[in-house]
Design a protein around this ligand. Sequence first.
Ligand code: DI6
Ligand code: FE
Length: 408
Amino acid sequence: MFDTLWKNVTAATMAEQTGFGIINKAAIGVKDGKIAFIGPAASLPDAPDQLCDYVLDAGGRVATPGLIDCHTHLVYAGNRALEFEQRLQGVSYEEIARAGGGIASTVKATRAASEDELFELALPRLRELFFDGTTTVEIKSGYGLDLESERKLLRVATRLHEETGFRIQRTFLGAHAVPSEYKGRSDEYVDLVCDMMKTLHAEKLIDAVDAFCENIGFTLGQTRKIFDTAKSLTLPLKLHAEQLSDMKGAELAAEYGALSADHLEYVSEAGVAAMAKSGAVAVLLPGAFYYLREKTLPPIVQFRQHGVPMAIATDHNPGTSPVLSPVLMMNMACTLFRMTPEEALAGLTRHAAKALGYDKICGTLEKGKAADIALWDIKHPRELSYAFGHSPCHGVMLGGDWHPQEPE
Ligand code: DI6
Ligand code: FE
């Protein structure tokens, strides 16, 4: 009846708004890569051995939906450790960016790297996420900034999916920065971004479109132009908004029906209300907040009051968040943002799925959803936010295939 059957599971289904959706002494049956049964083992129609040839005793371990890292810049070359040192000596992120460092230095290294080199650099990063229970990752382009290089990044993201089976959303972030050859001609660069988008969309390399709306990035008007082009191609939208200042990006994202607005430290209550109305997810990025030693917190209480779903992601990138641990992000969401452990886990599962438009496919443990499941060496899901510095992940099921962290 099932391809795999887990028994003796503490299932944190995240399918309910409270109590982690816990089912104690649960069984999870998997068929054809999907969850075919989830509920108390006592309600199985027969003894486990009668229902399946491959029964795994989970020993009371906690199962959660496979984690979803819904905002990363995973494909790039080089690193920015030198810039990290400079920042410690008092130079700001904005000053470094304006002086041609920052994103531009990663663009230079990335343009120089071959597709194979970029793949070999990105694969171990993806594996680290996997060791932390991750099954779905969003990957943005944006360190190429010309047609050939942006294509290279999106092709690497495509290959990462093909060669690992990870669910990967490929987001075109041509509007990440104005490349040096377009210095002072940002409107012309925006035209190029729109052209690149059309070309790469026709090559089936884009699943969604993002832009960096910021005083060191792109203006509201330029973002609108990019969004109009994306809409004409029926591509889903997301936006880096209000990371360093209030540009009213959240309002724009809401107006265009974007899946999410991300960062949001400086969003106003009007922006929060607009997001609530449009149904956009607030993607919060505690790694970047921590790394930039930001003082202004995203307005968690307002998001709660207005009912805006909050997702959490690593924002993995070499400049402002060189982190590869979603579990650490759960801890930081609690310690830095004062979110609850349940909100933090919802942020990496149910709400992260919504931020990608994948909420029908994954993000909760429910019958009919993908069998993307993380199994943890813990007794209660709140422990995921509590401890950090090691991964309590015992193993991951990806589309029905079981991958133990250590050979069994
Ligand atoms: N916001 C960020 O935090 C990253 N990109 C963005 O738009 C930073 C990217 C970098 O510094 O390389
Ligand atoms: Fe980002």
